[in-house]
Design a protein around this ligand. Sequence first.
Ligand SMILES: NC(=O)c1ccc[n+]([C@@H]2O[C@H](COP(=O)([O-])OP(=O)(O)OC[C@H]3O[C@@H](n4cnc5c(N)ncnc54)[C@H](O)[C@@H]3O)[C@@H](O)[C@H]2O)c1
Length: 299
Amino acid sequence: MDFNGDVIVVTGAGTGLGREHALLLGRLGARVVVNDVGATLTGESLGERPADEVVRTILEAGGQAVANNDSVSTEEGAMGIIKTAIDTWGRVDGVVNNAGILRDRTFAKMSLDEFRAVIDVHLVGAFLVTKAAWPHFREQGHGRVVATTSGAGLYGNFGQANYAAAKMALVGFVKTLAVEGARDGIKANALSPAGRTRMSDATLEEEFASRLDPSLVSPAVAMMMHRSCPWSGETIAAGGGRVGRVFVAETPGYVNPNLTVDDLVAHQDVIFDQSTTFVPDGVPAQADYLLGLIKAAEK
Ligand SMILES: NC(=O)c1ccc[n+]([C@@H]2O[C@H](COP(=O)([O-])OP(=O)(O)OC[C@H]3O[C@@H](n4cnc5c(N)ncnc54)[C@H](O)[C@@H]3O)[C@@H](O)[C@H]2O)c1
């Protein structure tokens, strides 16, 4: 795979997964904006510029890269990140929204500040950076977006109501960008990664963590950033060398034109029966599915 100089922004690329994405994209011939604000796991300033080391490593390997130290979670920061791409190379072809922090706390004890801080980096950050790149994508009739979701968002996780809310929101975000971007050659997908980093280290057992070299996640990002990528609106799980599709599906369920709550209670097994499922690729498809089920029940 060759990126032929496509300009790709990777946010939060100073450490962890983002660093691996940036290094791989640089090796594959992309010109990379390595963004990182230099934050601790909880989002406080480290007083360091970790993006610089990643840029040096890409340059030493013969690639092209530039550092940016703005925060994704402010409008000025997000615009500054895209401005770095435009000022350096005159274009931007893709954005990997990877920057993230944690403020874990049980829901009972979680403050509004803890909820907002996490939403601001993961969700608002992805909105702002993608928003700043979007006019360039539309103008050139080409663009790629990846948002980083998480098993915590897709399936729920103890102590992470803020993080899970942000992460599942990003799935809806890319699905909608996929619909709206289709006519302009823009493709948007979500990545659900599993990689050994400072973020995962606190939670993973050694038997699992030792198999999760973070560089094994990055091929999925390269695939989703490349011009040849056929996917849009998808959620791809990647970790430990495994890549799979994650999807939201509906069961046919129970249909009764005269539904009562007693019917519902009596047919829970039918409602939860997953032997056949449908994966809508948008709201129109979901509506067609529902209409078909209602009509079938009327017969
Ligand atoms: N590691 C995993 O297994 C895993 C699993 C699921 C999801 N994720 C997600 O993958 C992404 C990367 O996580 P990681 O494990 O590499 O974590 P990490 O803590 O190693 O890296 C996150 C990076 O984001 C940067 N960052 C934080 N706030 C920022 C801001 N406002 N602007 C710019 N940069 C900022 C940090 O400085 C850091 O370098 C995150 O979105 C995380 O939620 C990771």
